[in-house]
Structures are given as structure tokens and as C-alpha cells.
Design a protein around this ligand. Structure first.
Ligand SMILES: Cc1cc2nc3c(=O)[nH]c(=O)nc-3n(C[C@H](O)[C@H](O)[C@H](O)COP(=O)(O)OP(=O)(O)OC[C@H]3O[C@@H](n4cnc5c(N)ncnc54)[C@H](O)[C@@H]3O)c2cc1C
Length: 399
């Protein structure tokens, strides 16, 4: 998509080179604009574990022209939302995703390692646009731009600043007064199990969720089927570390699921030392933009991962942000307000839906749990979630 004349002169700084920041740079390039991405990591790294990439994100990756390399490293799910009972693995409900998802929403649903998705999106960003080892410490807004300060003492000027710096965003402090996060009482364990160590049932092209009292356990294959991603939610006790790099002991993970179906405990044992992070609870922000500074992805709308939409929503943000800036390069403040008003209602809805799912997934055995299981068997989550998966962020944006 060619950009308007002169739009390449707009200096756009993207703070954070995660999924959202890289997608923003890629969509800005597609819109004929240029950007500089400031990423704190000193080099691209293989961090993170598995992500689900639903049709609402896949259609945007296709438009970036990176679908082919993505498909080489992803797994196309045949079954999804395969809910099972914690004690014996009884299937409570399952969706055939294969052709049905494509027929309903025009794209399939995939799973992928976060590092593979990031690497795929980076292919659409010119190498010279990304500065690694650049940890932003402050953004000082001015009337026609902002100054960025970095941990190494450096500074940069920009006409527009996009804070794509994740859940612990530094840029957020410049644009919004966020309520302090609340303790959710839940933590997540996660592990990547090599396919050779994983039981056959976990290698099926299925996203499986085991539901039990106070806990749930999710697994699906990633990395072209060469590994299984495991992520499990359990009471956090006094653990509050919201970090993707903190690890735990296998024994701690096992203790949380010790009396569950042996297929679950078998996967725990096969995974080695798991990662562990605390889920903090954050209310949706009432605004994301102030002057020439805005937010995107987890910096704007951190959410519980129970709809697996964190990455997808950041890619949607990126596509709409690029459209808005390309339409009004001469009035970036207006462009950012348009972006915010196009995106905020939808991301707030996804945040709330993800939040509400917590209690439903963790019901203790009893009448409420039996009612939930009956409802799960009767519902069609694929159709019920059409507002998420059927959404085309670019088509929905009407200037
Ligand atoms: C290391 C890591 C591992 C993750 N692993 C998983 C996973 O296994 N499964 C899952 O579902 N989700 C994972 N996530 C979260 C998931 O990537 C996001 O929810 C989603 O992709 C939205 O992306 P985002 O770009 O908004 O934020 P993020 O993906 O969190 O990216 C933020 C980026 O900003 C950089 N950054 C942060 N602060 C600064 C700063 N001050 N200056 C410069 N750069 C900065 C970070 O290094 C990171 O690259 C992970 C996130 C991270 C950072």
C-alpha cells in the first residue's frame, strides 16, 4: 500500500520489539511510513513458549506477506477447545476446527512458538529499523513530538511514540493513570516438551483444556509438531512474580496436579523445570493516547490468557494504527485518537471476556460444575466467539 506523499518523513518510534511492536513496524512499512523499533533485549532471543494464532490474526499475517514462513513453523489445529474432565479425561466438548474454522472465518487456527511468530513478523521489517539493546527509561512528551530516554544515557527524538513495551510498560505512565494491578490469586506454569518425550495423545493437532477444581491445564503441539506447549493455571499462594523468565521446580508443578488424570501428570513430568508467572489483574484503561504518544498490545490492554488473544489483539492494533497514521500523517494527534477509538471498545470487550472465564474454568466439583459441563456440551464456542475470530480489523476500520 503506497503511503501519502511526504509521509515517510514522520519519525515514528516504537518502544518494544515484541509481537505487537514488530507488527506495528511491519504494518507501518506496508502503509508507506517508516519507523524505528527500540527493543531492550540485546539480540533476537528464543524466549517464550506457545501461542494460539486465531483467524483474526492469521488474516493480517497473510496481508503482511509472511504467511508462508509462518505455516512452516506452525501447527494447523484440527480440534480446539477440547475440554476434558480433570480426573479421568472424559471429553466434555470439542470443536472440529479444520475446515469449519476456515469456512466460518476464512482462515484456520494455528499454534506456534512465540519466538517463531516473532521471527516471522520480523521478516516484514527492514533490518535497519530495529535497535536492540535500547531500554527506554522515559518518554517526555512535547507539543509536536517526544524525547525518548534510554538506560545507556542515550536519547532520541520522534514525532510519534508507540508504547509496545508489554505488560510492564514504561510508556504507559506517560499517557494514562493506570490503577495498580491487583493480585489475581492465580499463577501459570508453562513448559515445552520435546515431541520424543511427549505421549502420543498430546501430539494430536488439538488444543486441549483439562478443567478441575481451582485449576486448569492446557496443551497443544507447536514448532511444526516437534514439541508440545504446556501451560497450566493453579492457585498462586504468595507467589507474585509476573515474569516470563522465572522458573519453578517440577515438584511444585506436579504437586498442583498430583491427583489428576495420569496423562496430565505424565506431561508435567516430561517437561522438566517449568516457567512460572503470576497473573496480575488489571482493569481496562479508559484512554491510551496523549498528544503524540500512544500504546499498543499488552501495554494498552494486558489480559488474562483464557481466550488466547493477547498476541492477536496486538497484531490487530498494529494494522489499525498504521492505517490511521497513513491517513493523517499531517495530524498525528488526530490519527492516534482515531486509532484509540477504533480499538479500545473491542480490546476492552476481549479483556473482560478473558477475565470472566477464570471462575468458570475453575469451578469445584458440584452442581455448578455439572451445569457448566452440560452447557459446554450444548454450546458451539466456535460460533459463539465469532465476534472475536470473524473480525477483520482493517475492514472494520471505517475512516
Ligand atoms: C519474554 C516474553 C515471553 C512471552 N511468552 C509468552 C508465552 O509463552 N505465551 C503467551 O501466550 N504469551 C507470551 N508472552 C506475552 C505475549 O507475547 C504478549 O501477550 C502478546 O504477544 C502481546 O505482545 P506485546 O508486543 O504487546 O508485548 P510483549 O510480547 O510482552 O513484548 C514487549 C516487548 O517490549 C520489550 N520491552 C519491554 N520494556 C521495554 C523498554 N522499557 N524498552 C524497550 N523495550 C522494552 C520487551 O523486551 C518485549 O520484546 C511473552 C512475552 C514476553 C516479553
Amino acid at each position: 500500500m503506497p503511503g501519502p506523499a511526504g509521509s515517510g518523513d514522520l519519525r515514528i518510534a516504537v518502544v518494544g520489539g515484541g509481537i505487537g511492536g514488530m507488527a506495528a513496524a511491519a504494518f507501518l512499512r506496508r502503509a508507506g511510513l517508516t519507523a524505528t523499533v527500540y527493543e531492550q533485549a540485546s539480540a533476537p532471543a528464543e524466549v517464550g513458549a506457545g501461542l494460539v494464532v486465531a483467524p483474526n490474526a492469521v488474516r493480517l499475517l497473510r496481508r503482511l506477506g509472511v504467511l508462508e514462513p509462518f505455516l512452516r513453523r506452525a501447527v494447523a489445529l484440527e480440534w480446539g477447545w477440547e475440554f476434558r474432565r480433570w480426573a479421568d479425561g472424559e471429553v466434555l466438548s470439542v470443536e472440529r476446527l479444520g475446515g469449519v474454522c476456515e469456512r466460518l472465518y476464512g482462515e484456520r487456527t494455528y499454534t506456534v512458538h512465540r519466538a517463531d511468530l516473532l521471527d516471522t513478523i520480523r521478516r516484514a521489517v527492514p533490518e535497519g529499523w530495529v535497535r536492540f539493546g535500547a531500554r527506554c527509561t522515559a518518554v517526555e512528551p512535547g507539543s509536536d513530538g517526544a524525547v525518548l530516554r534510554f538506560a545507556d544515557g542515550g536519547r532520541a527524538e520522534a514525532d510519534v511514540v508507540v508504547g509496545a513495551d508489554g505488560v510492564h510498560s514504561v510508556v504507559r505512565g506517560t499517557v494514562a493513570e493506570a490503577e495498580p494491578p491487583e493480585y489475581s490469586g492465580i499463577c501459570a506454569f508453562r513448559a515445552v516438551v520435546p515431541a520424543r518425550a511427549a505421549p502420543a495423545f498430546a501430539l494430536r493437532a488439538a488444543q486441549t483444556l483439562w478443567l478441575g477444581p481451582g485449576r486448569h491445564f492446557v496443551h497443544y503441539p507447536i514448532a511444526g509438531g516437534s514439541a508440545v506447549n504446556v501451560v497450566a493455571f493453579a492457585p498462586a499462594g504468595d507467589f507474585t512474580d509476573e515474569s516470563w523468565s522465572t522458573t519453578a521446580e517440577v515438584g511444585e508443578f506436579h504437586a498442583e496436579f498430583a491427583d489428576w488424570d495420569p496423562r496430565v501428570t505424565g506431561l508435567v513430568a516430561a517437561g522438566g523445570a517449568p516457567g512460572r508467572w503470576a497473573l496480575l489483574d488489571r482493569a481496562p484503561l479508559p484512554r491510551w493516547s496523549r498528544g503524540r504518544v500512544t500504546l499498543l498490545g499488552d501495554a494498552a490492554h494486558p489480559m488474562f490468557p483464557f481466550f488466547a488473544q493477547g498476541a492477536a489483539q496486538s497484531v490487530e492494533d498494529a494494522a489499525v494504527l498504521a492505517r490511521c497514521l497513513a491517513l493523517e500523517p499531517d495530524d498525528p494527534e488526530r490519527a492516534l485518537l482515531r486509532y484509540e477509538s477504533a480499538r479500545l471498545p473491542r480490546t476492552t470487550r476481549v479483556q473482560r471476556a478473558s477475565h470472566d472465564r477464570r471462575d468458570v474454568n475453575h469451578l469445584p466439583d458440584g452442581p455448578e460444575q455439572r451445569a457448566r459441563d452440560t452447557a459446554l456440551a450444548a454450546a458451539d464456542p466456535l460460533v459463539g466467539s465469532g465476534w472475536i475470530y470473524g473480525h477483520d480489523a482493517e475492514a472494520a476500520f471505517i475512516p
